[in-house]
Design a protein around this ligand. Structure first.
Ligand SMILES: NC(=O)c1ccc[n+]([C@@H]2O[C@H](COP(=O)([O-])OP(=O)(O)OC[C@H]3O[C@@H](n4cnc5c(N)ncnc54)[C@H](O)[C@@H]3O)[C@@H](O)[C@H]2O)c1
Length: 250
């Protein structure tokens, strides 16, 4: 018997990085996993890789900012499997880095919010009804230490992740009595392809803040993420968990 046997999971941002590692771990522990991302080719390659490792995985290309795409993708999962037990939303973008607010353009600020916050809103809104019908569900959004403590030069990202934490705390309370938990995770810097989109100055600043003196790994994220979305995590909701190598102080 494995932790996620008979369970259906959706993971967004699953083509690479943290989402891919979480999808792999869920698959390895028995879940049927639907991987969503807008990088269609990379998503397909990831699904082939995980299938070859023996896991039950399927790709659904989705732009999480588009309401019609999110709605139909989630409906497709619910109709084909009859249930959705887990949603892990790891899709996200960093936007501008090493750029103070006076030089930060509105279009980028709004785009970062569209992906990191509106996308999370849409995914949560359309997943909850399936979870309600079974009176069970686990939702996890990947936030960031930047949303808790702020990082200079990347204000769009920090503000969107703070907003995401507000969403987690509010929705967690809405469904706390109906078997559904909604939580967040706030990692410090993790070694992933996202780091290539980050200015070296910003990356160095964030890395220097970690008392353990190293970046986190995607396997470390997958480990705590899978506990948060497991049945074992039955008294935790509306909370943002830490994964920061000692950076977060509360
Ligand atoms: N890497 C870090 O240091 C770090 C630290 C804290 C939090 N996070 C958060 O963790 C999550 C995963 O980050 P990562 O490091 O794996 O990044 P990544 O860039 O490697 O992966 C993010 C994935 O999200 C997908 N994505 C982006 N916009 C999308 C959209 N509109 N619709 C669907 N998919 C979309 C991308 O195509 C990509 O595959 C993000 O939310 C990020 O903000 C990352």
């Amino acid at each position: 018997m494995q932790r996620f046997d008979q369970q259906v999971a959706i993971v967004t941002g699953a083509a690479r990085g943290i989402g891919k590692a979480i999808a792999r771990r869920l698959g390895k522990e028995g879940a049927q996993v639907f991987l969503m991302d807008l990088l269609e080719i990379q998503l397909q390659e990831t699904v082939e890789e995980l299938s070859q490792e023996g896991y039950l995985v399927q790709a659904i290309p989705v732009d999480i900012c588009q309401e019609n795409q999110v709605k139909s993708a989630i409906q497709r999962v619910a109709e084909s499997t009859g249930r959705i037990d887990i949603l892990v939303n790891s899709a996200g973008i960093i936007g501008l880095t090493n750029t103070n607010i006076v030089d930060y353009d509105l279009a980028t600020f709004e785009q970062v919010h569209r992906v990191n916050l509106t996308g999370a809103f849409l995914l949560t809104k359309y997943t909850i009804p399936s979870m309600l019908s079974q009176q069970y569900g686990r939702i996890l959004h990947i936030a960031s230490i930047g949303g808790k403590e702020g990082n200079p030069g990347m204000i769009g990202y920090a503000a969107s992740k703070s907003g995401l934490m507000g969403l987690v705390k509010g929705v967690g309370k809405e469904y706390a009595g109906q078997g559904i938990t909604v939580n967040g995770l706030a990692p410090a810097v993790i070694a992933t392809p996202m780091n290539q989109d980050t200015a070296p100055e910003t990356l160095a600043y964030m890395a220097s803040k970690i008392p353990m003196g190293r970046l986190g790994t995607v396997d470390e994220v997958a480990s705590i993420a899978c506990w948060i979305v497991s049945k074992e995590a039955s008294f935790n909701t509306g909370f943002v968990f830490d994964l920061s190598g000692g950076r977060a102080t509360f």
